[in-house]
Design a protein around this ligand. Structure first.
Ligand code: GCV
Length: 697
């Protein structure tokens, strides 16, 4: 296999220079199997670039070979002496199943760096860990450390269509060009870029990809049957990097593709159709991951049409996939998108819990309920979805959105890892209880580990993600899915060190500092100049970019802020509102219910308050809105200046500098627009002037 490097596409976090430390050394790869071949090819390639060597592991001489790096399966009969020592120590310290299917141990002693894994996938991840460490992996002693992923599946969901959809484009909510898989209605002829993508994903720990949009249109539905060849080719391209392919399927496929009169999940002919179809999929792609389903949601068909539950629907597909070890990711994003805005009793935030909590314990072991991390829809600030704490006997996947639908659409810098990290570290049962990361990692008592999933932000753009700095979100998702407790600032450091530092001339410290200043707090900066205090939306309907405070106020989508001349916010209390607070376990059911205890940043998500309501920091709601909006736009102006100062110093490539600069110009324009519209709106509604006398239009 050749290493899929692309000359006309940005190398992202795997520039050739990132392999210099490995490529200039003597490296022994002692392992068998296809993924081991990938490891070997990577090392051979790196050594070809930087003058290192890759001696053949001739078994009776392995022990004597003089090398700097050993990448070996722990089951190999003969290992170099130092690797034998590491193996013994790992066994003593971590027991016989030290690494599992994907983990590895890493140590450095007597000047030799050793990576041992039980399975080849672990070696692949171990190799990329050495890439991350660079020179620091070598030379100085390093005690045996074990790395194992916290989650079983670390999955990226593409919302790619084969065809260009008249409203949504080719990639739904995609801000980085067309699909990397399809072009002009057909699979791309050259899938080198897909292989390069798989390599990038493996380097941050991702091991599963769903290739098509959860809104499954007519052409894409056929990926399950007569267009399965497309999926085969994508699976072939991603497999060398340990990535399994999943497919979004249309619940009504038995009708649309099978010619049956019904898609009723309890109908024998329907079950039979799915069983046969799934058998064919696995006969063609034996390591196929499984199905992803959006049912009874935003117009997609589902089991409700037949009076069946979502457990009935999910279990039918789970049964079809079970004989082959496949899984079904069944999305909990189910709500009424045709609500009457005059109806104050319906609350979209309640919907997922109301639908799914009563079904706990009724899902098969291989049916995984995929839950958006917040109860609404990937807003810049939401509380945790109460569904995550409500189904102890159901396997869960938590879904994040790497694509920046509501967070600046890859025109704004918005590093999302701090938000995800906050979610993963949240304790739904209060202090001392388990975190979301624990819930996902441990799974239900009777099940197994769960998954972390995110919607892709990648397209055929030369920088992969439109905004080059948005690459950090994809990288960070993979790293957090592997190790949810990792500090997002440390992840950003890794990303900078891989992406920019190896090829930078000049002062990398300055570059690192500038990028941290621009990105560390970019999420809360975005929050400052957009919808305030957790109220959400206020975006232009349809495309969701830019401000439109009342844009969704009188629509059927269930996304309201209820601002009037006296106050703003959604009353979701049990006492006087929709009762949503009651979906949380204590202490949060009480904390969110209480006007005094509710955290400020979520105040308007849970309460309708007067503009003069005083926040914990002593400011009033309306003054807070003015202050944060002025401050948010100012921060963007500073970010833009910081980036400008990096021009022409050899720290970043000129094309990349120009692309980021163009995006920052737009971000500033947009942030000022947000500031002015939101401030003007609340000034006009409330009549309360800004305490600092700043200009409000
Ligand atoms: C794929 C939001 C988005 C839709 C998306 C949906 C979902 O509503 O705006 O584009 O559809 O979420 O997650 O299914």
């Amino acid at each position: 296999m050749t290493i899929p490097e692309l000359i006309d596409v940005h190398a992202a976090w795997l520039p050739p220079e990132a392999f210099r430390a490995i490529g200039s050394r003597r490296v022994l790869v002692h392992a068998d199997g296809p993924l081991a071949e990938t490891v070997r090819d990577e090392v051979v390639h790196a050594c070809g670039l930087y003058g290192g060597s890759v001696p053949h592991p001739v078994s009776d001489q392995v022990g004597d070979q003089q090398v700097d790096l050993v990448l070996a399966l722990s089951s190999m009969a003969a290992l170099p002496a130092v690797a034998e020592e590491v193996r013994g120590e790992a066994l003593r310290e971590f027991g016989p199943d030290a690494c599992g299917a994907e983990g590895f141990v890493l140590a450095c002693r007597d000047g030799v760096t050793v990576v041992l894994a039980d399975e080849p996938a672990g070696l692949l991840y171990g190799l990329f860990q050495v890439v991350r460490l660079g020179e620091s992996a070598f030379g100085s002693a390093r005690p045996v450390e074990r790395h194992r992923p916290a989650t079983r599946r670390r999955m990226i969901d593409h919302w790619d269509n084969i065809d260009v959809h008249p409203v949504m484009g080719q990639v739904e909510r995609g801000y980085a060009g067309g699909s990397i898989f399809w072009q002009n209605g057909a699979l791309r002829g050259d899938l080198t870029r897909v292989r390069a993508y798989g390599r990038l994903l493996a380097a941050c720990g991702v091991n599963a990809v769903a290739v098509n949009n959860v809104n499954v249109h007519a052409a894409e539905a056929r990926l399950l049957t007569d267009r399965l060849g497309d999926v085969v080719a994508i699976a072939d391209a991603l497999r060398p990097y340990g990535i399994r392919v999943h497919l979004s399927v249309n619940f009504a496929s038995p009708i649309a593709l099978g010619g049956l009169p019904t898609a009723d999940p309890l109908d024998e002919s329907v079950r039979e159709w799915w069983a046969r179809t799934t058998e064919r999929v696995y006969a063609t792609i034996p390591d196929f991951g499984g199905y992803l389903v959006k049912a009874d949601s935003e117009g997609q068909p589902g089991p409700f049409a037949y009076g069946r539950s979502h457990a009935d629907g999910a279990n039918m597909l789970a049964d079809a996939a079970a004989p082959f070890g496949g899984v079904v990711h069944w999305r909990a994003f189910v709500y009424n998108h045709r609500q009457d805005w005059r109806d104050r009793s319906t609350d979209r935030a309640r919907a997922a819990f109301d639908h799914f909590a009563p079904l706990d314990g009724r899902f098969r072991d291989n049916a995984i309920l995929q839950v958006k991390h917040g109860p609404m829809d990937f807003q810049v600030r939401e509380p945790l979805s109460p569904v995550i704490a409500a189904l102890p006997a159901t396997r869960l996947a938590v879904e994040f959105q790497v694509t920046q639908e509501y967070t600046g659409q890859q025109r704004h810098v918005c590093y999302l890892a701090p938000m995800w990290s906050e979610t993963l570290g949240f304790r739904p049962w209060g202090d001392g209880g388990r975190t979301v990361a624990d819930v996902v990692a441990d799974g239900p008592a009777a099940g197994g580990a769960g998954d972390l999933v995110a919607v892709s932000n990648v397209g055929d753009d030369p920088f992969w993600t439109g905004h080059p700095l948005a690459q950090a979100n994809l990288y960070a998702f993979g790293r957090l899915a592997w190790a949810p407790r990792t500090d997002p600032v440390a992840i950003l450091d890794e990303w900078i060190d891989l992406t920019f530092v190896p090829s930078a001339t000049g002062d990398p410290e300055r570059l690192r500092r500038t990028l941290h200043e621009m990105m560390d707090e970019s999420w809360t900066t975005y929050e400052r100049y957009t919808a305030p205090l957790g109220v959400g939306f206020m975006v232009r309907p349809g495309h969701h970019y830019g401000p439109d405070v009342d844009g969704y106020e009188y629509t059927p989508w269930g996304t309201y802020h209820f601002a009037d001349r006296d106050g703003v916010g959604v009353d979701r209390t049990r006492a006087s509102g929709t009762g949503f607070t009651g979906q949380y376990p204590p202490p949060w059911s009480d904390v969110y219910e209480s006007l005094t205890e509710c955290p400020d940043e979520l105040l308007l998500f849970f309460h309708h308050v007067p503009y003069g309501h005083v926040l914990h920091d002593g400011s009033t709601v309306v003054q807070h809105i003015y202050d944060t909006h002025f401050e948010g736009a100012e921060r963007v102006a500073e970010t833009r200046l910081r980036w400008e100062k990096l021009a022409g110093d050899g720290l970043v490539a000129p094309e990349l500098h120009a692309r980021v600069k163009e995006r920052l110009d737009e971000q500033l324009r947009s942030a000022e627009e947000w500031r002015d519209q939101v401030n003007a709106y609340f000034f006009r509604k409330s009549g309360v002037p800004d305490a600092h006398g700043r200009r409000i239009h």
